[in-house]
Design a protein around this ligand. Structure first.
Ligand code: ADP
Length: 400
């Protein structure tokens, strides 16, 4: 049996999913949190619905060992794990597709750390630990940025001194690539579009939000940039603001650069505007009860999303489909309808009843016959990582 362990290592946490080759639904998922503290714990959820929570009281290594020891209780064995697939946030310009990890790859991932100082070192930690504990086990890295390495230079360059790109690597990289790729591939399959002649937009709307234009299965433009702060309004991130805002806030309020960065990342977006919550479900409920803050936050969220989607169409010659995914995209008919109404110029006409029923349980088309197609597809980044890990293990090519 070939099982794949998908690993997403953070600095004080890791998430994992264990897949068999038969299904894109994981056999076991879990998260270990507060690692390195006395409150460290791990929660597990099996495919049969069983759940449990365990105290670990220690670090990443102890958590991995606990997981390995726990597997037999779920009729699973670590011996069946043929490959570990790691989510790695930043692959810079070095990685344009998933790769098998060796010492050179590990060094290259480390060298991308300046671009993602909070994430890449934590991802490396997970890879190194698995290597230390199970040196013979093949490992694969799947990058959030890789899918967007097909962006043309006109889409990835900032109009700033060119040497900042050449010497410092300052450019737009884009993120959520694994989700955009999974959703684009699924859309092409489900809508029976031609792989060589398809033009779609994908809106990944979770806590972080980004949208991508995908032509013939390749990313050609995306809303996130050098960092995941650029682009759409998100839960706590502002998305695009005037680049002069930093200077203005420093001059008028005396805020430091790090304070401003923190405000734009953690206190802005839906949370900042609404002064209620970063959580769209809460905001939708609050708006229904008349909360002004929630109403305005949702207005700005939807308008800016529509505006960005319209901008992404500059890279298309037609719109075959707009796909909604992520927690908000999959679960909020109201947000989807608002965005499609704002984009009426592209010929979207919402089918109210299919929009109401389509969500996490069942994806599907949410527009009327004759309308430009919009649909919901459940993202599954972990399954995509598992797919790539198995392909590379078995010597197959993986898509960019
Ligand atoms: P992450 O980006 O952390 O993976 P998710 O993709 O799960 O997050 O998305 C989380 C977002 O989805 C939250 O804003 C949450 O409120 C929103 N969401 C989940 N269910 C609903 C719903 N029924 N209606 C509106 N928003 C929802």
């Amino acid at each position: 049996m070939q099982h794949v362990l998908v690993f997403n290592s953070g600095s004080s946490s890791f998430k994992f999913s264990l897949f068999s080759t038969e299904s894109e639904a994981p056999l076991l998922t879990g998260i270990a949190e507060k690692l390195g503290t006395s409150e460290a714990f791990m929660s597990l959820k099996a495919v049969d619905g069983r759940k449990e929570q365990l105290d670990i009281h220690r670090d990443h290594e102890a958590a991995i060992q606990t997981l390995v020891e726990k597997l037999p209780a779920y009729d699973l064995s670590f011996d069946d794990v043929a490959v570990v697939g790691h989510r790695v946030v930043h692959g810079g310009e070095t990685f344009s597709a998933s790769v098998k990890i060796d010492d050179k790859v590990l060094a290259d991932i480390r060298s991308c750390s300046a671009l993602a100082p909070l994430h890449n070192p934590a991802n490396v930690l997970g890879i190194e630990l698995v290597k230390e504990l199970y040196p013979e086990l093949p490992q694969v890295a799947v990058f959030d940025t890789a899918f967007h390495q097909t962006l043309p230079s006109k889409a990835f360059l900032y109009p700033i001194p060119y040497k900042l790109y050449k010497e410092q690597g300052i450019r737009r990289y884009g993120f959520h690539g694994t989700s955009h790729r999974y959703v684009a591939e699924t859309a092409i399959e489900q809508l029976k579009l031609s792989e060589d002649d398809s033009q779609i937009l994908v809106a990944h709307l979770g806590n972080g939000c980004s949208a991508t234009a995908v032509v013939n299965g390749k990313s050609v433009d995306t809303t996130m940039g050098l960092t995941p702060l650029e682009g759409l309004v998100m839960g706590t991130r502002s998305g695009d603001v005037d680049p002069s805002l930093h200077q203005y806030l420093q001059d008028t309020l005396g805020w430091s650069l790090s304070r401003i960065t923190d405000v734009l990342n953690r206190e802005s977006g839906l949370l900042g505007l609404s002064e209620v919550s970063n959580d769209m479900r809460t905001l939708v409920a609050a708006a229904e009860s008349g909360s002004e803050g929630a109403i305005i936050a949702i207005d700005v969220f939807c308008f800016r999303l529509a505006r960005h989607l319209a901008a992404l169409t500059a890279s298309l010659s037609r719109v075959d489909a707009l796909i909604f995914t992520g927690g908000i995209g999959e679960n909020s008919p109201g947000i989807r309808a608002r965005v499609l109404e704002q984009l009426v110029i592209f010929g979207f006409r919402v089918d109210v009843s299919s929009n109401d029923i389509h969500g996490r349980e069942a994806g599907g088309v949410i527009t009327e016959a004759g309308s430009t197609v919009a649909m919901v597809i459940q993202t599954n980044e972990e399954a995509m990582i598992a797919r790539d890990a198995l392909s590379l293990l078995n010597g197959k090519e993986v898509a960019q």
